[in-house]
Ligand binder design. Structure first.
Ligand SMILES: [Fe+2]
Length: 291
């Protein structure tokens, strides 16, 4: 009897040790948001450090969260072109596939009033020319990934957080082809859900239309019909992990931290490494910047 008891204790200890020591994820990926690449501010040197750090960690792939370039909203075509080209050139340094998400700063000429809305590059047309579809999905090792465009133009040529009707229809169709057990990860630039403003201004503060997706409920109602596990978002240059009904909602800091002018408050230059274990996720913010 005594022998059996000792064996049981050892078995429990041993199983605990193996689980805690070095659990091997099913796969990992790096989520890099708010890169804001620009030729100045030592940004290329910083982004290269991020790329090298990602490559050393050997994730399955990179997923970006938008604001890939410093800005196209209020720049000349030549400047916006050169930033897209710089981003694409540097992103070739990733040794794994890169899946992009569009941010507000990728949208061309919203603020440039001498460029007409019918221009060949206006809005997300420049993004489509350089990067590809602003919304799409893909599958990886049994998980379904959805990247959405979370920015629309206002009547005064500003932007607000919104998922447009065409995308909502697409999302319905996309989710219809995913069974209810398949775990889903969604990426948006402007957050679906965040307490950023309440954290700063208090619990009764109302989110502004530029800081969250204004029709987020319609999106969440669709996502909740399936096995949504994780929402990855950017925009705020702020790090947050909300867990609601077991769903992680992570606002992933910023590769550029304070737009390449050092940390933003307590936020340092970094990215999120996501580790997948079965249907669960774990994550870590990797501060990659070397002095
Ligand atoms: Fe940004």
């Amino acid at each position: 009897m005594k022998t059996i008891r000792i064996f049981l204790i050892l078995a429990i200890l041993f199983s605990g040790c193996t689980r805690d020591k070095s659990p091997k994820p099913d796969f990992t990926f790096a989520f890099l948001t708010d890169i804001h690449i620009t030729p100045d501010r030592n940004a290329p040197e910083g982004f290269q450090q991020a790329i090298d750090t990602v490559n050393a960690l050997k994730p399955d792939f990179v997923l970006t969260g938008g604001d890939l370039i410093m800005d196209a909203l209020g720049q000349t075509r030549g400047r916006a072109d050169s930033l897209y080209q710089l981003y694409l050139e540097m992103a070739k340094g990733f040794q794994v596939p890169v899946y992009n998400t569009v941010g507000n700063h990728e949208l061309f000429a919203f603020y440039t009033h001498n460029i007409d809305t019918t221009d060949v590059d206006y809005g997300d047309r420049m993004y489509r020319r350089y990067i590809g579809d602003p919304w799409y999905s893909f599958d990886h090792k049994g998980w379904h990934f959805i990247s959405l465009k979370s920015i629309e133009q206002t009547p005064t040529r500003r932007y607000q957080g919104e998922i447009n009707p065409e995308q909502l229809e697409w999302l319905k169709q996309d989710l219809a082809a995913v069974d209810s057990l398949t775990p889903i990860i969604v990426t948006v630039h402007i957050p679906l859900i965040t307490v950023y403003d309440q954290w700063k201004h208090g619990g009764t503060y109302t989110n502004s239309p530029v800081s969250v997706i204004t029709n987020g409920k319609e999106v969440m109602d669709l996502l909740r019909t399936r096995n949504i596990r994780l929402i990855l978002q950017g925009h705020q240059h702020y790090l947050e992990d909300l867990v609601v009904d077991g769903v992680h909602v992570i606002t992933g800091g910023a590769v550029s931290a304070g737009w390449w002018q050092g940390p933003l408050g307590t936020l340092k230059e970094g990215f999120v490494m996501v580790k997948i274990f079965g249907q669960e996720i774990d994550w870590e913010y990797i501060e990659y910047r070397k002095e």
